[in-house]
Design a protein around this ligand. Structure first.
Ligand SMILES: [Zn+2]
Length: 257
């Protein structure tokens, strides 16, 4: 029996299938994670070309028969500028990969889908170190949607200034540090606290209040390396498997850049 349904989501993976078709993975609000075929989308002016493009966010009309197939797509955001900068592209891939790995089929995580869309929007609009900052912020929020939240605002036990990122216990002072984790430099701690804060860092917000400029100044290449190293290992800890694609995004681009 054939059924049709509409669902809003984001393309987190897109793979060639045969000469003209693609198979996409969608993370959706209403259906969770699903795979679907997009037929004839590889030709230049194909009607469903956008529906098969990585990062595209919109409403998909899906025909469920022997296999699922996209038959209509209304694009809300294509995020096409993410594919024009290598850094933006890799950071966005790491966001989509994280969503894809943690979302299970048949399980709904609408907040995680929203956060991923938000991340792509911010990474697309940000400049310089702002790109890494919004990545770090959304990456932590995504993990928190899946139950691996880290809280800012001091040592998780006593509230004193933290020095250690514990994978099991969050931020800790020297006295309360426990389990696997990594020490944090002053700059990394500052950036992390800002990323975990509720401050609104969107454009036009009073900088003296949000410390956005100060945060970006501290986010120099060494601090990016340090934080990405920690986040990568935290990700492995949470996901329970060193994931190769994500490792590539973190390592090859970010470490060797
Ligand atoms: Zn403490």
């Amino acid at each position: 029996m054939q059924t049709e349904e509409k669902t809003v989501g984001i393309v987190v993976a897109s793979n060639d299938f045969g000469e003209n078709d693609k198979i996409i993975t969608l993370c959706t609000f209403e259906r969770g994670k699903i795979s679907a075929m997009v037929k004839g989308c590889k030709k230049q002016n194909a009607r469903l070309k956008l529906a098969s493009s990585l990062f595209c966010f919109g409403e998909f009309k899906i025909l469920n028969a022997k296999y699922s197939r996209v038959i209509e797509f209304n694009c809300i955001e294509s995020f096409f500028r993410l594919t024009q900068s290598l850094k933006k592209f890799y950071l966005s891939c790491a966001i989509c990969e994280t969503l894809k790995i943690f979302m299970k089929e048949e399980e709904l995580y609408p907040e995680a889908v929203s956060e991923a869309v938000n991340a792509l929007k911010n990474i697309e609009e940000a400049e310089g170190a702002g790109e890494e900052f919004f990545f770090i912020r959304s990456f932590l929020k995504l993990l928190s949607c899946f139950g691996y939240g880290i809280e800012g605002g001091g040592c998780s036990v006593c509230g004193k200034k933290p020095v250690f990122f514990s994978f099991e216990n969050g931020l800790c002072c020297e006295e309360h540090k426990a389990g696997k984790g990594e020490y944090l430099s002053e700059k990394a701690l500052f950036v992390l606290e800002q990323a975990l804060s509720d401050n609104d860092f969107s454009a036009g917000v009073n900088d003296s209040k949000t410390k956005f400029g100060e945060t970006l100044e501290k986010l120099d290449s060494n601090t990016v390396k340090e934080l990405f190293f920690i986040l990568r290992h935290y990700f492995y800890f949470c996901s329970d498997k060193p994931n190769l694609p994500l490792k590539t995004y973190f390592k090859e681009f970010i470490f060797d850049h």
